[in-house]
Ligand binder design. Structure first.
Ligand code: SIN
Length: 493
């Protein structure tokens, strides 16, 4: 821990405690669990291994803080969010380092995540003052009907390890803007950034009880989160993570009929038509696929290339992928860091082996890199991928590009839609009519057209089918944290 603190300008950003009702405290049981650096496997900190008692204390605090926070003027909530935004940017270098250390993202990308996460805080600081309702045109004399937007109540935010800062910021910021209070559980692999973020929120003036954060190990998580699922005071769950866990949360919270936002798995297709600008398509694929070493829900998982440009595209792509710099995340030159843990590397290796066994051609990569550390894997391109391979059905969540071949537009679209998921899709074409047709036919919440970088605080992020429901970011992102209350006032004439 001391070693970790020594790498930061502000060593006190490392919090080894839960934040409950404005106080930093250990788990009621006193238990802790270890956080390790995925590049080396070395333990870097210990944090509370919280259970149901801690979760309940967090919900008690959030429920008690809700009435006052709901009554705060929108402009007051906005001002506090703006101060939080400024504090995140002021401590950006420390936060980027922390992200790299616990998650494995190259430090340059860590800086990008700080700016990306902070942009959600600023966005919702601005939106806080613009949560309008409606005055409904009069239907009967003597009656006035209005619709107000009110905060939904206590929100449970459950966040993933792949964006330790941005995902919690894009849940807490709209919750606070709307007037909700929060209980949060960051992923067990990456709680340190979330704890630092909570400290900065406290320093920015977020009152005690408005943000409560508990950390748990994978083993304890069902007990702690289970308490929130059964708690009728927790009115909403916002979850980013896998589809099986999303379904579990939806099932288990059904007894208290909570409002849910589910940002789940992707299995994103990326289609390159014969008429695409191939250099642009290769660059777009590199941007979207190798962000965070392939560990995002919107990373392309299946790349469909039309037959006329298949071999040329494969050649251009393989050259660029082979040149990517794989190195420890803290190394300034790194473009690809370690994967999050051994389970992640095992899955990537299994997908590559299975594809090769089923006839895929390995164009570049394909191996673990033990000389660099336990969790490194070479960026990989596989040609001749087919639908009977594991990587067609499952998200690889790693630096592997499988190239599937298709012959005409209808087949390409059909293949892209042939999945239970529907988060992001991408396609490259220079034909305006095709762009219009294909964007309407793709079954996804997000479509990148001749563009690999789709994420923005100003845009609605979310999926369809088994990728979930609800939208994060944009003006739609606040709806998930509000309820519409209808007022009908009579006797007015
Ligand atoms: C995710 O992987 O869940 C989020 C990616 C993004 O916000 O771009």
């Amino acid at each position: 821990m001391k070693e970790l603190q020594a790498t930061l300008v502000r060593p006190d950003l490392i919090r080894a405690h839960n934040l409950i009702n404005g106080k930093w405290q250990p788990a009621a049981s006193g238990k802790q669990f270890a956080i390790s650096d995925p590049a080396t496997g070395k333990v870097i900190a210990q944090v509370p291994d919280s259970g149901p008692d801690d979760a309940r204390a967090a919900a008690d605090a959030a429920a008690a803080a809700f009435p006052a926070w709901k009554q705060a003027l929108p402009r007051e909530r906005s001002d506090i969010l703006r101060k939080w935004h400024a504090a995140i940017l002021a401590n950006g270098e420390d936060l980027a380092r922390l992200i790299s250390l616990e998650q494995g993202k190259p430090v340059g990308e860590g800086r990008g995540e700080v700016a990306y996460g902070a942009s959600y805080v600023l966005w919702f600081a601005e939106e806080a003052a613009r949560i309008y309702g409606d005055v409904i045109p009069q239907q009967q004399r003597g009656k006035r009907m209005t619709a107000l937007k009110e905060p939904v109540g206590v929100v449970a935010a459950i966040t993933p390890w792949n964006f330790p800062l941005a995902m919690i910021a894009r849940k807490i910021a709209p919750a606070l803007a709307a007037g909700c209070t929060v209980v949060a559980k960051p992923a067990e692999d990456t709680p340190l950034t979330a704890l630092a973020l909570a400290l900065l929120a406290q320093e920015a003036g977020v009152p005690p009880g408005v943000i409560n954060l508990v950390t748990t190990s994978r083993e304890q998580a069902p007990g702690a989160v289970g308490d929130w699922l059964a708690d009728e005071r927790v009115r909403k769950i916002s979850f980013t993570g896998s589809t099986p866990v999303g379904k579990y949360l939806a099932r288990e919270s059904a007894n208290t009929l909570k409002k849910l936002s589910m940002e789940l798995g992707g299995n994103a297709p990326f289609i390159v038509f014969d008429d695409a600008d191939l250099d642009a398509a290769v660059s777009g694929l590199l941007t979207s696929k190798f962000r965070n070493a392939g560990q995002t829900c919107v990373c392309p998982n299946r790349v469909y290339v039309q037959s006329g440009v298949y071999e040329r595209f494969a050649e251009l792509l393989s050259k660029r992928v082979a040149a990517l710099e794989v190195a420890p995340a803290t190394d300034e030159s790194a473009q690809i860091g370690p994967l999050i843990n051994d389970r992640a590397v095992d899955k990537v290796a299994r997908h590559v082996d299975d594809a090769v066994t089923h006839g895929a051609r390995l164009l570049t990569g394909g191996k673990r890199l033990p000389a660099l550390g336990p969790n490194f894997f070479e960026p990989t391109v596989l040609a001749d991928a087919t639908a009977d391979m594991l990587l067609f059905r499952e998200e690889t969540f790693g630096p592997v590009v499988p190239l599937f071949r298709f012959y005409d537009e209808a087949e390409g679209v059909r293949a892209a839609n042939d999945t239970a998921f529907g988060l992001a899709t991408y396609f490259y074409s220079q034909d305006v009519r095709r762009i219009d047709r294909v964007s309407r036919q793709l079954e996804a919440g997000i479509v990148g057209i001749n563009e690999g970088a789709i994420s923005s605080a100003a845009a609605p992020f979310g999926g369809v089918k088994e990728s979930g429901y609800g939208r994060e970011g944009s003006r739609y992102g606040l709806d998930d944290y509000t309820i519409v209350k209808y007022l009908c006032q009579g006797g007015l004439q």
